[in-house]
Design a protein around this ligand. Sequence first.
Ligand code: DX5
Ligand code: ZN
Length: 218
Amino acid sequence: MSTLIAPSILAADFANLQRDIEMVNNSEADWFHIDIMDGVFVPNISFGMPVLKAISKHATKTVDVHLMIVDPDRYIKTFAGLGANILTVHYEACTHLHRTLQAIKAEGMQAGVALNPHTNISLLEDTIQDIDLVCLMSVNPGFGGQSFIENTYHKVRQLKALIDSKGATTKIEIDGGVTNKNAKDLKEAGADVLVAGSYVFGAKDPVETIQNLKEIVS
Ligand code: DX5
Ligand code: ZN
């Protein structure tokens, strides 16, 4: 199966947000990746509920919401109402991860778990069958435009082995520093979804850049 491409709206032009959303709608991209940062879990604040609501209103593709916030349980119901199809919480931000996953699914969303670069794959051994998506951070979360951490390849292979050993159907998403240079190797290591922010929105022709990424991973 072809790897999915999820442009990260964090790198869009917020003064022309509807234009950039329509660009993604009309491109070969598969998902919208939406980064919500609270300035506590990560040292940056991105945008919140009203902006997500506006994005969901125009988006015609899956809305994949990546929460980089502490205590995400407080907002699960709210994010469901704002149009999130997939809700990803950070492993490092959840005291009762199993309960959080069930709460996300109870609201009709797919449940994702993101792992920081230092967080070991083995910590998901007891929950992998309950997780629809694992988002492997290939940069330290908080900012777009950072360099890809090479150890990610090793983690993708470990995660793929864990998923297969448990007979789970969990998707593997890679987030941070994705470009045309690492897309193919990531697919071959086992990635199902590639998030790309600055590489797509910083390009002269974002539609063509998305198309190139799709070709590389097809
Ligand atoms: C980082 C975010 C990423 C970011 C990726 O904290 O989770 O989704 O937008 O941006 P690039 O592709 O520029 O590394
Ligand atoms: Zn993200």
